[in-house]
Design a protein around this ligand. Structure first.
Ligand code: NAP
Length: 242
């Protein structure tokens, strides 16, 4: 079994599968984070070299099934997984946690892309908590009239907004710690991808009546998709039963 992605769900799934008798599980990480949280399985790190490279790897390791448990915005590796599993003729499952849903009190502004979020932002607030990941910072680089607190696991690289403080931190965060962060920096708008999962920053925003700019997910992959680790475990066990 190849499990793509070091997301929380990917790590949990890989750990459960590795405990099943008769399954060999390899987890694959992109290698973006210098000290990743590692799954309790065999791990390989780094790109495969596109869909063709992934297909060659699936063949050479005699992989029977692939689970794509990458982040919902990691579109290229998911596209590679769809192409490569089709080419090799093995089943692919996509494990995606659900996106967030607004509740009363939320002031959400949906953006179709990061570029669209950057366009909307000056009309929504001036002191920005930016949680879209360090690779997306260039989208916001031209917004010199705004102040940014960017939060990421690894340090971002230029181009960056002119007025920008970098916070290196890794979730999950608590509502209390988010409230404290918002207050300390006078945050009046949050920008996030609709990643799903832990929603402490969204709760803090609601409590403080701070608006949120949410970037919509890319369109769903053309593959069987489930939203929970339990469903994925069942699918793998059924797919690998002889
Ligand atoms: P991406 O745009 O879909 O992938 C770019 C390239 O990185 C892929 O073409 C592939 O290289 C390699 N890659 C990505 N995930 C891989 C994996 N699990 N194992 C081996 N190679 C992988 O992805 P991304 O947005 O750069 O994200 C990279 C990783 O960070 C993903 O695994 C994702 O789960 C995680 N992540 C992403 C986000 C986000 O917002 N995008 C947020 C949190 C975590 P080759 O073509 O050479 O195979």
């Amino acid at each position: 079994v190849l499990v793509l992605g070091g997301t929380d769900e990917g790590r949990r799934l890989a750990g459960v599968l590795a405990a099943q008798p008769g399954l060999r599980v390899v987890s694959s990480l992109a290698g973006r984070v210098s000290k990743p949280r590692l799954p309790q399985t065999e791990v390989r790190i780094g790109g495969f070299g596109g869909a063709a490279g992934l297909a060659a790897w699936l063949r050479s390791e005699s992989v029977d099934v692939v689970v794509d448990a990458t982040h919902p915005f990691a579109g290229r590796i998911t596209a590679s997984a769809v192409l490569a599993s089709t080419e090799v003729g093995i089943p692919l499952l996509v494990l995606r946690r659900p996106g967030w849903q607004p509740v009363p009190g939320d002031d959400w502004h949906w953006a179709d892309s990061l570029a669209h979020a950057a366009e909307l932002l000056p009309t929504v607030g001036r002191r920005v908590l930016l949680t879209t990941g360090r690779q997306e910072l260039p989208h916001f680089a031209g917004l010199d009239q705004l102040w940014f607190l960017t939060r990421s696991i690894e340090p971002p690289e230029p181009p960056m907004p002119e007025h920008c403080e970098v916070l290196l931190d890794r979730g999950p965060f608590t509502v209390d710690s988010e409230l404290e962060l918002f207050r300390r920096h006078g945050i009046d708008v949050v920008v996030t991808k609709d990643s799903g999962g832990s929603d402490a920053k969204l709760t803090a925003a609601r409590l403080l009546r701070v608006p949120v700019v949410l970037v919509r997910r890319p369109s769903a992959a053309a593959a069987d998709t489930v939203s929970t680790v339990d469903e994925a475990v069942g699918w793998v066990i059924r797919s690998t039963a002889t």
